[in-house]
Every structure is written in structure tokens, then in C-alpha cells.
Design a protein around this ligand. Structure first.
Ligand code: GLA
Length: 388
């Protein structure tokens, strides 16, 4: 072999080794945690409980970081129309942000998502009094909701991605709710770029349950000013109007001809400042939309949001009867989140899949009652894609 021949062989070997190294890095996660789950210790709560951060990565480089504190989605990196990954959820860089948080960034919400009027309800002739943490009302489970609990985590096998199981026992009487409630939430990041959330629960006394996730999305990525140019389509013909305490009046109102009509794709900000009583009460959108259910279809599309700047698309699929569309009206720039960014008014939107707020006090709303021997189970999927 001449010198040139040896060099060619060397070059070939280097190329092959390089390619093998690249693919190992991709598989092991150095290029975006593809197809892996990693666990990192994330500090201790003020009362000394250990908290961890799990990062689920799929084959496309999409990554979801979830903390055992409140089961919160800390970051969610998804591609734009050019394949560039960006973090599309608001949150904090470290545990103390979540411990002090009052905005519910990314958190699991329970035992009852959204409000219960006058912090009370009756069940089987008995009145239960809850913690008042929102004026006269109970919001998102009370003073110490599921968002302030440390959940027990376990990596579990998933067919098409990475899955993390979180469990929590909400004791009988916690925040005033009856029954020991065993709660199990499974987050699955699929290789189809979906974050799937399965919620289940059982109780030993008749109780009420309404679980959701409170992720705040800005599809344009970190530091983007507001979400008013994001285009929303909602699979809803009605919504539940509210009183001044944001408690549903009990009516289901047609949204045709109002700023609540998102049946056709419409920019979130197109009508948000219109002279409309319900918008004024919410300080923007902060309302439960009644989803159009398709008979026989357990999970259906609830909402679709497109960011025209990056082309990122979020679809929300659920089996729940409602979704709380909230436009971050209470964010006022006083909270600094990831990277020190001040989260200003309407810098994110939430689509909290749920039963209607205050259902325990509205017998005509779909029931949120869970009895011993029954199993609460619901699924919501946040699906990401992009368009040109
Ligand atoms: C929900 C409520 C809002 C607000 C946020 C959290 O979306 O409906 O009114 O409390 O949670 O700040």
C-alpha cells in the first residue's frame, strides 16, 4: 500500500468513527436528550423534602423538564418551522421560584382546578368548608394545593416515548376536602412531539375532583413580549359567563357575535380590549369554554394555537368538558422567571382542560363527584408541530 492508500484508509476510518460517535451522542442525549430520561437532584423544600427534576427527551430532540415539586412542567423545548428548538413555557430556573410562586406556572392543579364559590359546597347533605385563598372563594385547591406538594416520581415504560409517573396522597380533610384521594399523573413525551397527561384518582369517601395542568405557553419562545398575535381556534360554541368574583353564573352563553367566538382562527389580541362586560370582569380572557363534544370520540381537539412568527403550532386534545382560556392578565412584570425575564401582562396564555369551575355548586354542570369504588381518569394531550 502506498502512503496515499494508507491515508485514504485513515480518512475513511476517521469518518466512520466520527459518524458512529455522532449517533451515540444523539442516542445518549448530548444533542438534545433524544429518547432518554434523566433525573437531577433539584434541592430541598423549606421543610426539608428532596425535590428532583426529570428531563424527558424524545427522538426528535424535543425535551420536557418536570419537577416533583407540584409536578410542574419547568421547560418544554419544541422546534419552530426551521427546526430551531425553543422553550415554550413560562417558569423558573430553580426550586425556590416554584416554592414562592403564586402564578401556578406549569403546575399540576388539584384537588379542584379553578374556583369554588364562597369556599364551600354540599355533598350528601353535608356542607364542606374550604380554605379561602381568592377573596371569598377557593382557587386551584386552596392555600396548599397539589402545586405545592412534593410528588413521588417513577420512570415507567412507554410505547412511543418517555414516561414519568407522579403520585400523591391527598389526605382526608386536606384543605377541607373529604376523603383520602390517591392521585396518579403520568406525563408521556411521545416521539410524535406530544406531551400527554393522564390523570387518575380514587377516594375512600365521596369527594369532588377536577385536575388540570397550569402551563403558561408562549410559542414564540423565551423573552417574547406577548401572545396577542398568536392565532387561536377553539372547538366551542358556548362559554360559562362569570360574576365579579370569576364564579360562573350557571348559564351557558352562546359565543356567536362576541369576542369569545374563536370558532374561526382569530388572533388572541384582536378583540381583547373590546367594550365587553365579561372581558372587563376577567381583565381579558379568563373563562371556561364549553367544548363541543363529538359523540363516541373519547378524546377530541379542543383548541389550536399558531404563532405566526415562528410557525409553532400547539393543539390541545382532551376528553374533558371544558377548557379555561386565560391570557395571563394577572402577570404584571413583578415576577422574574427563567433567565431573569420579567413576565409581563399577557406574555403567555393557558388552556387548562377541566370540568367547569364551581361545578360542585351547579347541579346542572357535568358532575365532578367521585365516589369510593369509582376511578377518576382523564387525558389531555398537548401536541406540537409547525407550519410555514
Ligand atoms: C386560572 C384562573 C385565573 C388565575 C390563574 C392563576 O386561570 O382562572 O383567574 O387565577 O389561574 O393566576
Amino acid at each position: 500500500m502506498n502512503r496515499r492508500g494508507i491515508r485514504m484508509k485513515e480518512t475513511l476510518w476517521i469518518t466512520i468513527t466520527g459518524a458512529m460517535l455522532m449517533s451515540t451522542l444523539t442516542a445518549s442525549g448530548a444533542a438534545g436528550k433524544s429518547g432518554t430520561t434523566t433525573k437531577t437532584p433539584w434541592g430541598k423544600t423549606p421543610d426539608g423534602q428532596q425535590v428532583d427534576l426529570y428531563t424527558l427527551g424524545n427522538q426528535n430532540g424535543v425535551a420536557a423538564a418536570i419537577t416533583t415539586y407540584g409536578g410542574a412542567v419547568v421547560s418544554l423545548k419544541v422546534p419552530d418551522r426551521n427546526g430551531k428548538l425553543g422553550d415554550v413555557v413560562l417558569g423558573y430556573d430553580s426550586l425556590d421560584g416554584y416554592v414562592n410562586d403564586k402564578s401556578y406556572f406549569g403546575a399540576l392543579i388539584g384537588r379542584y382546578g379553578n374556583r369554588i364559590g364562597h369556599a364551600q359546597f354540599a355533598l350528601d347533605g353535608k356542607t364542606y368548608t374550604l380554605a379561602k385563598n381568592n377573596g371569598e372563594n377557593t382557587l386551584h385547591g386552596g392555600t396548599k394545593g397539589f402545586n405545592k406538594a412534593v410528588w413521588t416520581a417513577k420512570e415507567i415504560p412507554a410505547k412511543n416515548g418517555q414516561a414519568l409517573e407522579l403520585t400523591y396522597l391527598s389526605k382526608d380533610g386536606e384543605e377541607g376536602f373529604p376523603g383520602n384521594l390517591h392521585v396518579r399523573v403520568i406525563y408521556t413525551l411521545t416521539d410524535s412531539n406530544e406531551l400527554k397527561i393522564d390523570y387518575s384518582a380514587t377516594t375512600d369517601k365521596t369527594s369532588v375532583v377536577n385536575l388540570t395542568n397550569h402551563s403558561y405557553f408562549n410559542l414564540a419562545g423565551p423573552g417574547s413580549e406577548d401572545i396577542l398575535d398568536h392565532v387561536l381556534t377553539m372547538e366551542a360554541d358556548k362559554f360559562t359567563p362569570v360574576d365579579s368574583g370569576l364564579i360562573p353564573t350557571g348559564e351557558l352563553s352562546d359565543l356567536a357575535g362576541t369576542p369569545f367566538d374563536f370558532r374561526k382562527p382569530t388572533a388572541i389580541g384582536a378583540r381583547i380590549n373590546e367594550d365587553n362586560e365579561q372581558l372587563k370582569l376577567g381583565g381579558g380572557y379568563d373563562h371556561n369554554f364549553v367544548l363541543r363534544r363529538k359523540p363516541g370520540e373519547p378524546i377530541s381537539l379542543a383548541a389550536r394555537v399558531v404563532d405566526p412568527k415562528t410557525g409553532r403550532v400547539l393543539e390541545v386534545w382532551t376528553d374533558q368538558p371544558g377548557v379555561q382560556f386565560y391570557t395571563g392578565n394577572f402577570l404584571d412584570g413583578s415576577v422574574r422567571g427563567k433567565g431573569g425575564i420579567a413576565y409581563t401582562k399577557r406574555s403567555a396564555f393557558c388552556l387548562e382542560t377541566q370540568h367547569f369551575p364551581d361545578s360542585p355548586n351547579h347541579p346542572k354542570f357535568p358532575s365532578t363527584v367521585l365516589k369510593p369504588g369509582e376511578r377518576y381518569h382523564t387525558t389531555t394531550i398537548y401536541k406540537f408541530s409547525s407550519e410555514k
